[in-house]
Design a protein around this ligand. Structure first.
Ligand code: ADP
Ligand code: ADP
Length: 221
Protein backbone atom coordinates (compact mmCIF):
# COMPACT_ATOMS: atom_id res chain seq x y z
CA UNK A 1 0.00 0.00 0.00
CA UNK A 2 2.86 2.35 0.93
CA UNK A 3 6.37 1.80 -0.33
CA UNK A 4 9.35 4.04 0.20
CA UNK A 5 12.55 3.09 -1.62
CA UNK A 6 15.88 4.64 -0.66
CA UNK A 7 14.18 7.83 0.39
CA UNK A 8 16.46 10.64 1.53
CA UNK A 9 15.49 14.19 2.40
CA UNK A 10 17.79 17.09 3.03
CA UNK A 11 16.88 20.63 3.94
CA UNK A 12 19.27 23.40 2.97
CA UNK A 13 19.27 26.76 4.70
CA UNK A 14 22.06 29.13 3.60
CA UNK A 15 25.18 27.16 4.34
CA UNK A 16 23.74 24.45 6.57
CA UNK A 17 22.40 21.22 5.19
CA UNK A 18 20.31 18.98 7.41
CA UNK A 19 19.85 15.39 6.39
CA UNK A 20 16.37 14.72 7.79
CA UNK A 21 16.03 11.21 6.30
CA UNK A 22 18.74 8.90 5.04
CA UNK A 23 18.19 6.01 2.65
CA UNK A 24 14.96 4.97 4.20
CA UNK A 25 13.25 1.80 3.01
CA UNK A 26 9.79 0.99 4.29
CA UNK A 27 6.92 -1.11 3.07
CA UNK A 28 3.50 -0.88 4.69
CA UNK A 29 1.07 -3.54 3.46
CA UNK A 30 -2.64 -2.76 3.01
CA UNK A 31 -4.51 -3.04 6.28
CA UNK A 32 -1.49 -2.57 8.52
CA UNK A 33 -1.51 -0.26 11.54
CA UNK A 34 2.08 0.95 11.87
CA UNK A 35 3.63 3.11 14.59
CA UNK A 36 6.69 5.31 14.17
CA UNK A 37 8.69 6.38 17.21
CA UNK A 38 11.95 8.20 17.83
CA UNK A 39 13.36 11.26 19.59
CA UNK A 40 12.48 14.82 18.61
CA UNK A 41 14.17 15.87 15.37
CA UNK A 42 14.78 12.30 14.12
CA UNK A 43 12.67 12.79 10.98
CA UNK A 44 9.22 11.45 11.93
CA UNK A 45 7.23 14.43 10.63
CA UNK A 46 9.37 14.57 7.51
CA UNK A 47 8.59 10.91 6.88
CA UNK A 48 4.86 11.41 7.44
CA UNK A 49 4.85 14.48 5.20
CA UNK A 50 6.56 12.52 2.42
CA UNK A 51 4.04 9.67 2.76
CA UNK A 52 1.25 12.27 2.76
CA UNK A 53 2.56 13.95 -0.40
CA UNK A 54 2.96 17.21 1.49
CA UNK A 55 6.71 17.11 0.96
CA UNK A 56 8.90 15.58 -1.76
CA UNK A 57 11.91 13.37 -1.11
CA UNK A 58 15.29 14.70 -2.29
CA UNK A 59 16.05 11.28 -3.74
CA UNK A 60 14.30 7.91 -3.79
CA UNK A 61 10.78 6.92 -4.72
CA UNK A 62 7.34 6.86 -3.15
CA UNK A 63 4.76 4.30 -4.26
CA UNK A 64 1.25 4.59 -2.85
CA UNK A 65 -1.56 2.22 -3.83
CA UNK A 66 0.62 0.81 -6.64
CA UNK A 67 1.09 4.28 -8.15
CA UNK A 68 4.61 5.66 -8.64
CA UNK A 69 3.85 9.05 -7.13
CA UNK A 70 7.31 10.41 -7.77
CA UNK A 71 6.27 10.93 -11.41
CA UNK A 72 2.98 12.71 -10.66
CA UNK A 73 2.39 16.39 -11.39
CA UNK A 74 0.83 18.80 -8.88
CA UNK A 75 -2.75 18.29 -10.02
CA UNK A 76 -2.45 14.52 -9.87
CA UNK A 77 -0.89 14.73 -6.40
CA UNK A 78 -3.67 16.99 -5.08
CA UNK A 79 -6.32 14.62 -6.47
CA UNK A 80 -4.61 11.54 -5.06
CA UNK A 81 -4.18 13.17 -1.65
CA UNK A 82 -7.80 14.26 -1.53
CA UNK A 83 -9.19 10.87 -2.54
CA UNK A 84 -6.84 8.37 -0.93
CA UNK A 85 -5.36 9.98 2.17
CA UNK A 86 -6.80 11.14 5.48
CA UNK A 87 -4.80 13.29 7.94
CA UNK A 88 -5.06 13.57 11.71
CA UNK A 89 -2.90 16.04 13.68
CA UNK A 90 -1.92 16.47 17.29
CA UNK A 91 -3.52 19.92 17.38
CA UNK A 92 -6.75 18.87 15.57
CA UNK A 93 -6.67 21.66 12.93
CA UNK A 94 -10.42 22.27 13.04
CA UNK A 95 -11.87 25.51 11.72
CA UNK A 96 -13.41 27.27 14.69
CA UNK A 97 -16.05 29.28 12.85
CA UNK A 98 -17.46 26.26 11.06
CA UNK A 99 -19.83 23.83 12.77
CA UNK A 100 -18.74 20.28 13.46
CA UNK A 101 -20.61 18.86 10.46
CA UNK A 102 -19.25 21.61 8.16
CA UNK A 103 -15.70 20.81 9.31
CA UNK A 104 -16.26 17.15 8.49
CA UNK A 105 -17.57 18.04 5.01
CA UNK A 106 -14.43 20.01 4.08
CA UNK A 107 -12.52 17.25 2.22
CA UNK A 108 -15.61 16.62 0.06
CA UNK A 109 -15.79 20.20 -1.24
CA UNK A 110 -13.12 19.43 -3.84
CA UNK A 111 -15.16 16.59 -5.23
CA UNK A 112 -18.16 16.61 -7.45
CA UNK A 113 -20.67 15.68 -4.73
CA UNK A 114 -24.02 17.40 -4.09
CA UNK A 115 -24.56 19.35 -0.88
CA UNK A 116 -27.19 16.88 0.26
CA UNK A 117 -24.91 13.89 -0.29
CA UNK A 118 -22.00 15.69 1.44
CA UNK A 119 -24.18 16.23 4.48
CA UNK A 120 -25.26 12.57 4.50
CA UNK A 121 -21.64 11.38 4.29
CA UNK A 122 -20.51 13.78 7.04
CA UNK A 123 -23.28 12.64 9.40
CA UNK A 124 -22.34 9.03 8.70
CA UNK A 125 -18.69 9.77 9.52
CA UNK A 126 -19.76 11.48 12.76
CA UNK A 127 -21.82 8.42 13.65
CA UNK A 128 -18.64 6.33 13.28
CA UNK A 129 -16.99 8.35 16.04
CA UNK A 130 -20.25 8.47 18.10
CA UNK A 131 -20.58 12.22 17.79
CA UNK A 132 -23.88 12.52 15.94
CA UNK A 133 -25.32 14.56 18.78
CA UNK A 134 -22.67 17.28 18.32
CA UNK A 135 -23.10 17.92 14.57
CA UNK A 136 -24.38 21.48 15.07
CA UNK A 137 -21.87 22.45 17.76
CA UNK A 138 -18.73 24.49 17.14
CA UNK A 139 -15.21 23.22 17.92
CA UNK A 140 -14.81 25.57 20.92
CA UNK A 141 -17.77 23.89 22.58
CA UNK A 142 -16.05 20.49 22.56
CA UNK A 143 -13.51 18.72 24.77
CA UNK A 144 -10.11 17.80 23.33
CA UNK A 145 -11.16 14.19 22.84
CA UNK A 146 -14.33 15.26 21.05
CA UNK A 147 -12.33 17.62 18.81
CA UNK A 148 -10.07 14.76 17.85
CA UNK A 149 -13.11 12.62 17.08
CA UNK A 150 -14.34 15.37 14.73
CA UNK A 151 -10.90 15.39 13.10
CA UNK A 152 -11.11 11.61 12.66
CA UNK A 153 -14.57 11.97 11.09
CA UNK A 154 -13.09 14.54 8.70
CA UNK A 155 -10.21 12.19 7.90
CA UNK A 156 -12.52 9.27 7.07
CA UNK A 157 -15.43 11.06 5.36
CA UNK A 158 -13.94 10.59 1.90
CA UNK A 159 -13.26 6.90 2.60
CA UNK A 160 -9.49 7.08 2.18
CA UNK A 161 -7.42 3.91 1.97
CA UNK A 162 -4.68 5.40 4.14
CA UNK A 163 -4.79 7.48 7.32
CA UNK A 164 -1.68 9.37 8.46
CA UNK A 165 -1.77 10.44 12.10
CA UNK A 166 0.82 12.76 13.67
CA UNK A 167 0.70 12.20 17.45
CA UNK A 168 -3.10 11.93 17.50
CA UNK A 169 -3.16 11.41 21.28
CA UNK A 170 -0.37 13.87 22.09
CA UNK A 171 -2.64 16.63 23.40
CA UNK A 172 -5.06 14.35 25.27
CA UNK A 173 -5.12 12.89 28.77
CA UNK A 174 -4.72 9.13 28.95
CA UNK A 175 -8.43 8.34 29.13
CA UNK A 176 -9.23 10.41 26.05
CA UNK A 177 -6.11 9.10 24.36
CA UNK A 178 -7.33 5.54 24.90
CA UNK A 179 -10.71 6.48 23.45
CA UNK A 180 -9.05 7.88 20.30
CA UNK A 181 -6.83 4.80 19.99
CA UNK A 182 -9.89 2.54 20.28
CA UNK A 183 -11.54 4.42 17.40
CA UNK A 184 -8.42 4.12 15.22
CA UNK A 185 -8.08 0.42 16.04
CA UNK A 186 -11.73 -0.11 15.11
CA UNK A 187 -11.35 1.76 11.77
CA UNK A 188 -8.34 -0.37 10.98
CA UNK A 189 -10.06 -3.64 11.93
CA UNK A 190 -13.51 -2.97 10.50
CA UNK A 191 -12.84 -0.88 7.40
CA UNK A 192 -9.35 -2.23 6.69
CA UNK A 193 -7.90 1.30 6.56
CA UNK A 194 -4.10 1.34 6.53
CA UNK A 195 -2.89 3.60 9.35
CA UNK A 196 0.54 5.10 9.95
CA UNK A 197 0.84 6.86 13.32
CA UNK A 198 3.68 8.87 14.80
CA UNK A 199 3.62 8.65 18.59
CA UNK A 200 5.76 9.31 21.66
CA UNK A 201 3.66 6.92 23.70
CA UNK A 202 4.93 3.34 23.99
CA UNK A 203 1.61 2.23 25.36
CA UNK A 204 -0.22 3.41 22.21
CA UNK A 205 2.44 1.95 19.90
CA UNK A 206 2.09 -1.46 21.54
CA UNK A 207 -1.57 -1.61 20.51
CA UNK A 208 -0.64 -1.40 16.80
CA UNK A 209 0.63 -4.16 14.50
CA UNK A 210 4.21 -2.99 14.13
CA UNK A 211 6.58 -0.37 15.43
CA UNK A 212 9.56 1.14 13.64
CA UNK A 213 12.08 3.49 15.20
CA UNK A 214 14.03 6.36 13.69
CA UNK A 215 17.19 7.95 14.99
CA UNK A 216 18.94 10.85 13.20
CA UNK A 217 16.97 10.22 10.01
CA UNK A 218 17.75 6.52 9.84
CA UNK A 219 15.66 3.48 10.59
CA UNK A 220 17.14 1.72 13.59
CA UNK A 221 14.49 -1.01 13.93
P1 ADP B 1 10.60 14.92 14.15
O1 ADP B 1 9.24 14.97 13.54
O2 ADP B 1 11.08 13.54 14.43
O3 ADP B 1 10.71 15.80 15.36
P2 ADP B 1 11.38 16.38 11.78
O4 ADP B 1 11.02 15.50 10.64
O5 ADP B 1 10.47 17.50 12.09
O6 ADP B 1 11.65 15.48 13.08
O7 ADP B 1 12.83 17.00 11.49
C1 ADP B 1 13.98 16.23 11.12
C2 ADP B 1 15.18 17.15 10.94
O8 ADP B 1 14.98 17.99 9.81
C3 ADP B 1 15.42 18.07 12.12
O9 ADP B 1 16.81 18.23 12.27
C4 ADP B 1 14.77 19.37 11.68
O10 ADP B 1 15.39 20.47 12.30
C5 ADP B 1 15.02 19.36 10.18
N1 ADP B 1 13.96 20.07 9.44
C6 ADP B 1 12.64 19.72 9.37
N2 ADP B 1 11.96 20.56 8.58
C7 ADP B 1 12.86 21.48 8.12
C8 ADP B 1 12.77 22.62 7.24
N3 ADP B 1 11.63 22.96 6.66
N4 ADP B 1 13.91 23.31 7.01
C9 ADP B 1 15.09 22.96 7.57
N5 ADP B 1 15.24 21.90 8.39
C10 ADP B 1 14.15 21.17 8.67
P1 ADP C 1 2.37 19.55 15.29
O1 ADP C 1 3.03 18.21 15.53
O2 ADP C 1 3.24 20.73 15.61
O3 ADP C 1 0.99 19.66 15.87
P2 ADP C 1 0.92 19.27 12.91
O4 ADP C 1 0.54 17.88 13.22
O5 ADP C 1 -0.02 20.37 13.14
O6 ADP C 1 2.24 19.62 13.71
O7 ADP C 1 1.37 19.37 11.37
C1 ADP C 1 2.26 18.42 10.81
C2 ADP C 1 2.50 18.77 9.34
O8 ADP C 1 1.30 18.69 8.56
C3 ADP C 1 3.05 20.15 9.12
O9 ADP C 1 4.17 20.06 8.24
C4 ADP C 1 1.94 20.94 8.46
O10 ADP C 1 2.44 21.84 7.50
C5 ADP C 1 1.12 19.87 7.76
N1 ADP C 1 -0.31 20.21 7.75
C6 ADP C 1 -0.99 20.88 8.68
N2 ADP C 1 -2.29 20.99 8.38
C7 ADP C 1 -2.48 20.37 7.20
C8 ADP C 1 -3.61 20.11 6.36
N3 ADP C 1 -4.82 20.53 6.66
N4 ADP C 1 -3.41 19.41 5.21
C9 ADP C 1 -2.19 18.99 4.89
N5 ADP C 1 -1.08 19.20 5.65
C10 ADP C 1 -1.21 19.86 6.78
Amino acid sequence: MIELKNVSKSYRTDTIETLALQNLNLSVPAGEFLSIMGPSGCGKSTLLNIMGLIDEPSTGSVILADQEITNYNGTQIAKFRNEQLGFIFQSFHLINDLSVVDNVELPLLYRNISGKERRRMALEALAHVTLSNRAGHFPNQLSGGQKQRVAIARAIVGQPNIILADEPTGNLDSRMGDEIMDILLRLNAELGTTIVMVTHDDRMARKTHRLIRLSDGERVS
